[in-house]
Design a protein around this ligand. Structure first.
Ligand code: COA
Length: 388
């Protein structure tokens, strides 16, 4: 039977850092609240489109695997903040890395997009449809963040990472996974202002307001990630003692602590980078995986557990058998263009642009959703977080 070994890995974090102090210059918030409630200290703001972050991460992953674009026959681009809907974003990566033989498509399950993409690509390798795949998790949340809403603006950041999967005879890569969606809770995390339903009302794409029930998402995330983790361990016939490191989705330090406890792990088994990047949605788990390898937390042949959750509400857990290599085969020269602005400067520019479209925003704030999204129903709207 074919397996899909992780043969290369690479990340791309935009250089501009937005600190908790920066956020408190325009929001009623402070470092103490953000640190205590989330574990976050900083996040990144990109000066380039998401596709550029993805291409740089992809090139670094290819170099790590000692491969070139021509070796890749499948590209999966996991994101919910795509630069374009048509053409798909995966094709932009394909074009730039010269993967002329590849099939390319985008996956959107919000924060779990990379993990779902990893499952799809692994299955396609296992069934022989593809031999070498590139799976990317990338997000440019800064462009559609509701920067006036302290409930969400402090939580997210931009970034990207990618892995190269390679067909292998040896048991390696994803050895067990659990995917699920709590669709009845889909309304508790919704970004208004991205999609045709808004375009039909004359709302400019990207003029966003977030519906965000933080406490309910918190509860569902803890339940979903811990149950999924226990489920994959059962499926694979392993216990927590067999797992070297847990690399979870990093949305809130308190969520991670609760998941670890319920799954029977102590925090020394958990890899954390939430303090540096906040929640980068689809980019979070792959960036954390790359850093766990770079920092020596992933050992040759070890088991890595990756629980995640995202809008939908999607849930997942993956158990990964790492290969025998933890260092890149080739040094990479892939770099982003230089950034000449501070993160706060870029955020203030985005805020100013959005303020120009405020009338349209006020109009669509009154919209209530039925769960089909097609019929307006005054009673079916979700709890909407008011701008602070
Ligand atoms: C969002 C989250 C950090 C809020 O933490 P919490 O402990 O649940 O805080 P609450 O929502 O109870 O808010 C407590 C108070 O802090 C206030 N508050 C909210 N955001 C704040 C901020 N950035 N700064 C200061 N105060 C803030 C609230 O208004 C509230 O004030 P009140 O008590 O006067 O009403 C937490 O619920 C969470 O992480 N949820 C999961 C969200 C998530 O991960 N989403 C991504 C999905 S991938």
């Amino acid at each position: 039977m074919n397996h899909a070994a992780i043969a290369g890995w690479g990340k791309c974090l935009p250089p501009a850092i937005l600190t908790n102090q920066d956020l408190s210059t325009f929001l009623p918030t402070d470092d103490e609240w953000i640190t205590a409630r989330t574990g976050m200290k900083e996040r990144r703001v990109s000066h380039v489109p998401g596709i550029e972050l993805a291409i740089t991460a992809a090139q670094r992953a290819l170099d790590c695997a000692g491969m070139d674009g021509q070796d890749i026959d499948l590209i999966v681009y996991g994101s919910c903040s795509n630069d374009e809907a048509v053409p798909n974003c995966a094709s932009a990566v394909q074009q730039r890395i010269g993967a002329s033989r590849a099939a390319s498509f985008d996956v959107n399950t919000a924060c779990t997009s990379f993990m779902y993409g990893l499952s799809v690509a692994t299955s396609m390798i296992k069934t022989g449809i593809a031999r070498n795949a590139l799976v990317i998790g990338v997000e440019l949340i800064s462009r559609y963040m509701d920067w006036e809403n302290r409930n969400v603006a402090v939580l997210f950041g931009d970034g990207a990472a990618a892995v190269v999967l390679k067909s292998s005879e040896v048991e390696s890569g994803v050895i067990a996974e659990k995917l699920q969606c709590y669709a009845d809770s889909r309304q508790i995390l919704r970004v208004r202002g991205m999609g045709t339903v808004y375009a039909n009302l004359g709302v400019q794409y990207g003029l966003t307001r977030w519906d965000f029930d933080g406490q309910e998402i918190f509860r569902k995330a803890v339940h979903g990630m811990s149950e999924a983790s226990l489920d994959v361990m059962r499926r694979a016939g392993v216990t927590m003692q067999d797992i070297e490191v847990i690399v979870p989705h990093q949305a809130n330090l308190r969520i991670i602590e609760s998941v670890a406890k319920r799954a029977g792990a102590t925090m020394d088994k958990v890899f954390l980078n939430i303090h540096k990047y906040g929640n980068m949605s689809a980019a979070t788990t792959p960036v954390a995986l790359v850093e766990a390898v770079e920092e020596g937390r992933v050992k040759p042949g070890c088991l890595v557990l990756m629980p995640a959750f995202g809008g939908g509400l999607t849930m997942s857990a993956h158990l990964i058998r790492w290969g025998d290599r933890v260092t890149p085969l080739r040094a990479s020269t892939a770099e982003l263009p230089r950034c000449t602005k501070s993160a706060l400067q870029m955020v203030n520019e985005i805020r100013a642009l959005k303020q120009e479209g405020e009338a349209a925003v006020r109009r669509f704030e009154t919209i209530r959703f039925s769960e089909t999204l097609s019929t307006a129903s005054p009673d079916a709207g979700s709890k909407s977080t008011a701008p602070a």
